[in-house]
Design a protein around this ligand. Structure first.
Ligand code: SF4
Ligand code: SF4
Ligand code: SF4
Length: 356
């Protein structure tokens, strides 16, 4: 029975049919080049997808048996990388996996960690009533509208680490193939501190390098931070365990900039804070006449972070004040000039260029 509006045309270059049917391997049976495994699938090195003959690569359902499209696409990427190495006459080795550590699944975490978070129920989709559904071949479940999809996406707790693309600890842990289980110290379960208006502190990611304490004391002359506790329970905190917002901290962000891990990160104004792969764009702080030079961390058209430029020799000896580091309001401000204006009889009008 034809379903109304179910036929449509879209322009494409390639069509990959992924129907999840049983594989037809008749052409490969008895092949001396391709070896079939016990489940009648092609045998390859699981990490490189290279077969017994070094110029044969295979991936997807013919290797795993029926699986998801996502797995097949991932295999395609892995195989493409291996084929590239092979064609360059390089050793076909598996791609190195970046070091990752996790606090576990949602059930492993203390409920206090989420006490401050607002509980938002799932956005329901509308469905056709059963009586109508019985006599129809139409889709019984509606899809989300754009607004509903955005609302649903905003329920995400954004629990990923904002520093994942810059964390030097992760970089070195990957390089030296660190296995945290060997330390036997277990997982840290310190509370994440979000009381400061601009800075989030996650002591679970702190490596106790002391950089933040030194920059605050020796460069900024403030001394808002120090080590508290002993051994593996040591954390970086203001004296007397006071919240950072209740100290003489001037919100200069130097501690955040110097922290090599995601233990100190800046809050940003985006609904989805990240993490983002950022592109560096040089700019100048617009907040006062000193005009400190900045590096904007940009993702698409969004400014996600502001840090002091290495070329900065003016201002606070190259460091930014709290306005320069954290005041993004000017970027979103309604009075911001986004087009050139021209004065026409005492009124500013959008300038449309020279008319020659
Ligand atoms: S923001 Fe500045 S003043 Fe505040 S703790 Fe960090 S370095 Fe010290
Ligand atoms: S700079 Fe970061 S990692 Fe180092 S002690 Fe401070 S919070 Fe911990
Ligand atoms: S960072 Fe602070 S001192 Fe520097 S230009 Fe901006 S507002 Fe002025």
């Amino acid at each position: 029975m034809p379903v109304r509006d179910s036929a449509f045309e879209i322009p494409v270059d390639t069509v990959i049919t992924a129907t999840g049917q049983k594989l037809d391997l008749t052409s490969l049976q008895g092949s001396s080049e391709v070896t079939l495994g016990r489940r009648n699938v092609i045998e390859v090195n699981k990490a490189t997808l290279q077969g017994n003959i070094d110029w044969i690569f295979a991936g997807g359902d013919c290797v795993t048996g029926p699986a998801t499209v996502v797995e097949a696409v991932a295999a395609g990427r892995r195989a493409a990388r291996s084929i590239d190495l092979y064609l360059q006459d390089k050793e076909v080795i598996p791609q190195e996996r970046a070091f990752n550590c996790s606090k576990g699944t949602l059930g492993d975490l203390e409920t206090e960690e989420f006490e401050q978070k607002e509980k938002i129920p799932r956005t329901p989709v509308t469905t056709m009533i059963p009586e109508k559904r019985k006599h129809s071949f139409c889709e019984f479940e509606d899809v989300y509208s754009q607004d509903m999809a955005l609302q649903e996406a905003n329920r995400c707790l954004s629990c990923g680490c904002l520093d994942v693309f810059n964390c030097r600890l992760r970089e070195y842990a990957t390089e030296f193939k660190v296995n945290t289980d060997r330390l036997g110290t277990g997982k840290k379960t310190h509370a994440i501190l979000e009381g400061h208006p601009y800075i989030v502190s996650d002591p679970n990611k702190c490596v106790l390098c002391g950089n933040c304490i030194r920059v605050c004391q020796e460069i900024m002359g403030i001394g808002a931070l120090g080590f508290v506790g002993r051994g593996s329970e040591t954390v970086v905190m203001p004296a007397m365990n006071n919240p950072l917002s209740k100290t003489i901290c001037t919100s200069c962000a130097q501690c955040v900039e110097i922290c090599p891990t995601g233990a100190l990160t800046m809050k940003n104004y985006l609904a989805k804070p990240g993490p983002w792969r950022l592109e560096k764009v040089e700019s100048v702080c617009p907040h006062c006449s000193i005009g400190c030079r900045l590096d904007l961390g940009v993702a698409g058209e969004q400014v996600v972070s502001i840090t002091s430029s290495k070329k900065n020799s003016i201002g606070y000896q190259g460091d930014l004040c709290s306005k320069g580091s954290f005041d993004y309001s000017i970027i979103k401000g309604s009075r911001r000039l986004t087009k050139p204006l021209v004065n026409k009889k005492a009124f500013l009008k959008v300038w449309n260029g020279l008319r020659l």
